[in-house]
Design a protein around this ligand. Structure first.
Ligand SMILES: [Zn+2]
Length: 272
């Protein structure tokens, strides 16, 4: 059983401030270590549950966060470094199932630590009319490859979002937000024990045929992207792929979720 573990950073227990996840800030060094340990906890659980091959995808910022020297050597590969194809779930075309570790809720979610949707200039994103964040979009990209998401670790808000998108998914709640920048957090060892036990259960269920279904989006797939400021829509709106709905919103379509997502990423690049 081949598994992809994609990891973001904001959902790590203890992370409550942008300083914790920003490589230019001294606090970042602490939390990339905790982030790596959380990935190792998921690897441990997945192997106990019966996974035979594991690929890890580093998916925060420029994807250069995991301390490879501390990564469990039982993984077959670490995908790291800046990329633009499937972005956060790099390697999804090679696996049977996936897990999302240290993910966070979509922008504008109450009591969700550092909630945002891919970048800070994205106000909201609708996929086929449904508000979506990184958990929903990545679950749908996995679904495009027929890959179910078995387990998500996040704060309580992120785990609720995961359950809405992926009925039956195992969740590991590592912290409870009290606003966007404050939370009640599990100590790292307890967080890691929880991740390990949920990952083990999730893989066992998958092997027994009890996994959640892959998340499927109807094709063609329509997106509406709302930027935070009107100037951010100016760049992409000159291209025929993007229809400008108003000052901040662009509408566009892809033949499937993957093409729509790549157009979303291109619009974000053109927004700066
Ligand atoms: Zn993120």
């Amino acid at each position: 059983m081949k598994l992809l573990i994609a990891t973001d950073m904001e959902g790590t227990s203890g992370v409550v401030d942008w300083n914790h996840v920003d490589p230019s800030k001294p606090e970042y060094a602490r939390f990339r270590k905790v982030m790596t340990a959380n990935v190792n906890a998921a690897i441990e659980g997945a192997i106990r549950g019966g996974a035979t091959e594991i690929i890890v995808s580093d998916s925060h910022n420029t994807s250069t966060n995991i301390l490879i020297e501390e990564l469990d050597p039982r993984v077959s590969a670490l995908n790291c470094g800046f990329r633009t194809n499937v972005l956060m779930v790099e390697g999804v075309d090679q696996v049977d199932a996936a897990m999302l570790v240290s993910f966070h809720a979509r922008n504008d979610t109450p009591n969700a630590i550092l909630c945002h949707t891919f970048t800070l200039n994205v106000g909201n994103l609708w996929v086929n009319g449904r508000l979506a964040g990184e958990i929903g979009v990545n679950a749908a990209i996995c679904g495009h490859y027929n890959v179910p998401v078995l387990m998500v670790s996040s704060d309580l808000a992120g785990c609720k979002e995961a359950e809405e998108w992926i009925p039956g998914v195992e969740t590991a709640v590592l912290k409870r937000g009290n606003g966007r920048f404050a939370a009640e957090c599990l100590p790292p060892e307890k967080a890691q024990e929880l991740i390990t036990s949920k990952a083990e259960k999730a893989v066992k269920n998958f092997i027994q045929g009890k996994a959640p279904k892959p998340v499927k989006m109807a094709a063609p797939t329509k997106m509406i992207l709302q930027f935070t400021h009107s100037n951010e829509a100016d760049g992409p709106s000159v291209l025929p792929e993007y229809k400008r709905l108003d000052a901040t919103r662009l509408e566009f379509e892809g033949k499937d979720i993957l093409e729509a997502f790549q157009r979303f990423i291109a619009a974000v690049f053109l927004s700066h």
